[in-house]
Design a binder for this molecule. Sequence first.
Ligand code: KG4
Ligand code: ZN
Length: 352
Amino acid sequence: MTILGIESSCDETAAAVVRDGNLLLGNVVASSMELHAPYGGVVPEIAARSHIEAIIPTISTALEQAKTNWADIDGIAVTYGAGLSGSLLVGVLTARTLAIIYNKPLYAINHVEGHVYANFLTKTSLPGYDLPAEQPEFPMLALIVSGGHTQLVYFTDHFTYRVLGQTLDDAVGEAFDKVAKMLGLAYPGGPSIQVAAAKGKAKFPLPTAKLSAKYNFSFSGLKTAVLRLAQQQIGEDYGFPSSKLAERLSEAQKADISASFLTTAIDTLVGKTLLAYLEYKPKSVVIAGGVASSQPLRQQLSKRLPIAIAYTDVKLCTDNGAMIATLGWYKHAKNQTPADPFSLSPKPNLVM
Ligand code: KG4
Ligand code: ZN
């Protein structure tokens, strides 16, 4: 069985073809990221317009890469939330139209749940992918860390899960992006903070949020603490505008602030994942979402958790169609009810 996956929730237009729930045959990601970089974040109107231009060529290229045609496709999976409404609309309307024209079942995919399924891919016909040898086993603990979400989810089976905790304010990826903007580092913030941090020392202690629910997260206090630290480093008070910090900070100061922020953010993520591991004793632990491509996060998790973690290729951590096609494959194989191709509408605020 072969599923086409379509993803357009944010600034990546993506399509992929997945067979047998673990074999990646085609994976194409067209990003409008460089168009948003000057603004330090995604501009919804620019993203939606870029999806319109890119979506058909992206799907065609994914099918070509997979050496498949429509006759080989058993179903179409599409992200219908969460995300930017204009962006989601392009993917959903395209998938609905294709499902009607080619008479294929359509599966509505939750983007965040989709991220987890990147970890189920173990084989590919494509060059340049480093995939885990085995699929994760249930029960499975998932740390989902992206630009829009930060949550710990305990899965006992496909589609059967409990959200143990989540962020009460900023997502961790959002905190990376905002801190990078403050320090004048390139968007997206995650990779540029990783690079800057490698040149510095985590010499500044930063606070971690103390929350009553032990698996919840909060990153807005950390972001404010970084702002205060940066102001203090240049000898200014808290009224100094964050937009003027970058020009006053030295490269060495930026590197040390980045390293301090990175260390604190990762420590929080790893600490809570370890706590959940010890309480729930899952058979596997996976990480998912854009921040899961962080090498320091992977290193710390592997060091502190008493279980071997198989990490997927970093290309499958940031937004892609492969994760959507994989979850769609399981929905199709396990007889989940397909969506109505005449009425499926985007759900920008969809939660797990
Ligand atoms: O999953 P994703 O592509 O989009 C959302 O669903 O949000 O995640 C994007 C986020 C951005 O905030 C970006 O800064 C972060 O993932 N990110 C990273 C790294 N690569 C991307 N964060 C930390 N370290 C990285 N290497
Ligand atoms: Zn995502």
